[in-house]
Design a binder for this molecule. Structure first.
Ligand code: DX5
Ligand code: ZN
Length: 227
């Protein structure tokens, strides 16, 4: 299983986004993670569809758009038009998660579902059948630069087991506090897509950090749940 790195531009220099993205793209990043916050579902406000549209023009990498917003259904068409390749909604933010995931799929882009640290994996046991990606938050969403919450590793293991037992094609993404020190634990537990914001963009050499994370992930490997 190959590990993919998704730099989160939340910690990048917003006045130089094109250049920041180019650096990580050249270093081998696989996706660009875009954090959308509404000041309601999470206590912070970031960016919306116009910025996604501009980023779309600067990179060929898939845009992995993480919607930390209430009532996401309302905004899905705008993000699809802006060029998102993957839209992830929070299970806690939508009442009809099944309908929301089906709606995203009907737009011919990837559909992701995310759960906060305090939300058990079993809450999305059935919904993951409809999802291309399950995003397990490893911090409480809202801000970059927070400390990884250790108990989330057990949730990654549970999710991996669920997905393998039922033969789902859903990939597991982790987000929050991911750096070279936490990569081994999440990869061993079964995470495949690693989001990292401050670790990459606050480092003096973002490209080097991407390569380091990939090397560490490759050296750890994933042992099919027997960890
Ligand atoms: C947190 C966001 C993350 C954030 C991660 O709410 O969803 O994507 O950018 O930042 P780091 O990697 O700094 O924890
Ligand atoms: Zn995110």
């Amino acid at each position: 299983m190959s590990i993919r790195i998704a730099p989160s531009i939340l910690s990048a220099d917003f006045a130089a986004l094109g250049e920041e993205i180019r650096k990580v793209e050249e270093a081998g990043a696989h996706l660009i993670h875009v954090d959308v916050m509404d000041g309601h579902f999470v206590p912070n406000i970031t960016i919306g569809p116009p910025v996604v549209k501009s980023i779309r023009k600067t990179t060929k990498l898939p845009l992995d758009v993480h919607l930390m917003i209430s009532d996401p259904d309302k905004y899905i068409p705008a993000f699809v038009d802006a060029g998102a390749d993957m839209l992830t909604v929070h299970a806690e933010a939508t009442i009809h998660l099944d309908r929301t995931l089906n709606f995203i799929r009907s737009q011919n882009i990837g559909a992701g579902v995310s759960i906060n640290p305090a939300t058990p994996v079993r809450n999305v046991e059935h919904a993951v059948a409809l999802a291309d990606m399950l995003l397990i938050m490893t911090v409480n969403p809202g801000f970059g630069g927070q400390t990884f919450i250790p108990y989330t590793v057990e949730k990654i293991r549970q999710a991996r087991q669920l997905i393998e037992n039922r033969n789902y094609r859903c990939v597991i993404e982790v987000d929050g506090g991911i750096d070279t020190d936490t990569v081994p634990d999440v990869v061993r537990a079964g995470a495949e897509v690693l989001v990292a914001g401050s670790a990459i963009f606050h480092s003096p050499e973002p490209a080097r950090k991407v390569r380091e994370m990939l090397e560490i992930a490759a050296s750890v490997g994933y042992h099919h749940g027997y960890v």
